[in-house]
Design a protein around this ligand. Structure first.
Ligand code: IPD
Ligand code: CA
Ligand code: CA
Ligand code: CA
Length: 253
């Protein structure tokens, strides 16, 4: 299937899922702890992952699916086509703020990013990228992102990395005009693509950065680890997504 048709199909699923999510926000959430008191999951995270998995299984029965909540496959390699799902990115914001969260989906073929979607539901802002069709923010095509240094802009850093000064990030932050902490990887990457932030730093799982990787590659933005490990979508890694000029300053440890 050509990418244009897949994009329209996936957009339809995302908008359908977003209506379910908005409706669920009017009802009490069922919240459970995963690994610690700030690592939460809700019934909505699980229901939305199941929703996307059904759509994919019905339409692409031979494909593998990697989903955060574990309802997909045990993906150990990225051979053939693999779908990556983060049903609600920013679950803590979803629970505490009912905003500043998004839903994310990516499609890879033989390890190469083909399609990436980041949808901020409450602002109705869909950032999507296709290796063949380019990058769009809703209907508007993004051709390039201004290659600005940190001195002229903002950096978004994960709370734990900033407080503990992992990888010397406090020193890097000093170069920026200010630090922001949004609590949602997808929105943070979207801010870099919009040119609002010049860099985003976090420890991320494959589903947190898979769509951004596609979009950043299309636009010539930089996405790299801070510890020299590869971005092979199999493990959690410390990541910086930034303009190329900021990337030149990063020392990998
Ligand atoms: C989390 C958010 C958060 C980031 C965490 C992620 P989740 O995703 O993107 O901003 O700092 O590392 O795990 O669990 O809400 O989908
Ligand atoms: Ca989570
Ligand atoms: Ca996430
Ligand atoms: Ca999630």
């Amino acid at each position: 299937m050509v990418q244009r048709e897949m994009v329209e199909e996936i957009k339809g699923w995302i908008y359908e899922a977003s209506e379910v999510i908005k409706a669920k926000l009017a009802m009490p959430l069922e919240v459970a702890e995963k690994e610690n008191r700030s690592d939460l999951v809700t019934n909505v995270d699980q229901e939305i992952e199941a929703f996307f998995i059904k759509k994919i299984r019905d339409n692409y029965p031979n494909d593998q699916i990697l989903g955060e909540e574990g309802l997909g496959d045990q993906v150990t390699d990225f051979k053939n086509r693999v779908w990556v799902i983060d049903p609600i990115d920013g679950t803590l914001n979803f629970i505490k703020q009912q905003e500043n969260f998004c839903t994310m989906l990516a499609v890879y073929e033989d390890g190469v990013g083909q399609l990436g979607f980041i949808y901020e539901i409450m602002t109705d802002e869909l950032l999507w990228g296709s290796k063949e069709l380019g990058v769009y923010l809703n209907e508007k095509e993004i051709i390039e992102v201004p290659n600005k240094p940190l001195e002229e802009g903002l950096i978004n850093i994960n709370t734990s990395i900033f407080l503990n000064n992992h990888f010397g990030m406090q020193e890097l932050a000093m170069e920026a005009l200010a630090v922001r902490m949004l609590g949602c990887a997808g929105i943070a990457f979207k801010e870099v693509v919009k040119g609002h932030h010049q860099a985003y730093v976090s420890y991320l799982q494959p589903w947190d950065y898979a769509p951004a990787k596609v979009i950043f590659e299309c636009l010539g933005l930089s996405l790299q680890t801070l510890n020299g490990e590869s971005l092979d979508l199999t493990k959690k890694v410390p990541i910086i997504g930034s303009t190329p000029i900021v990337a030149e300053k990063i020392t990998v440890k």
